[in-house]
Unconditional design. Structure first.
Length: 135
């Protein structure tokens, strides 16, 4: 495994941990929605909000340890954060944009994160497969 892949995986895990802390409001909102009852959409949003930090924590642990499940958890975490809550993987960065451009900033940042993590995941998986074959 290249030093670059290891550092990149740990960097993403660290940013994900910071993002989880910065977006703690998602969990608080979900707990509030579950407590208030409501329609099926409120329930689904609340469940998504509960899975968001769960997938986030799993991704931090898994990517730090270079486990495939950590990368898959990251993908789920990122998709939930983007589609359900409109939160950026890199917290606070979209706030530097004009209000009407912020959602586009979130989408661009999260797509960049998705493709970057997928590239690191691919490299780590390729090296692990070669090592398993004895090369």
């Amino acid at each position: 495994m290249h030093f670059h892949d290891t550092k990149a995986s740990k960097l993403v895990a660290t940013i994900t941990a910071v993002s989880l802390i910065a977006h703690a409001k998602v969990l608080a909102m979900s707990i509030s929605l579950l407590g208030n009852g409501g329609d099926i959409m409120a329930l689904l949003l609340a469940l998504g909000g509960l899975f968001y930090p769960i997938f986030g924590v799993l991704s931090v642990i898994g990517m730090w340890r270079h486990r495939p499940w950590g990368f898959y958890a990251f993908y789920a975490h990122l998709v939930l954060g983007t589609l359900l809550f409109g939160v950026s993987f890199i917290p606070f960065l979209p706030a530097a944009l004009p209000h009407e451009m912020r959602i586009w900033g979130v989408i661009v940042i999260n797509l960049f994160a998705l493709f970057s993590v997928a590239a690191v995941h691919r490299q780590i998986a390729k090296k692990q497969a070669l090592r398993a074959l004895g090369r």
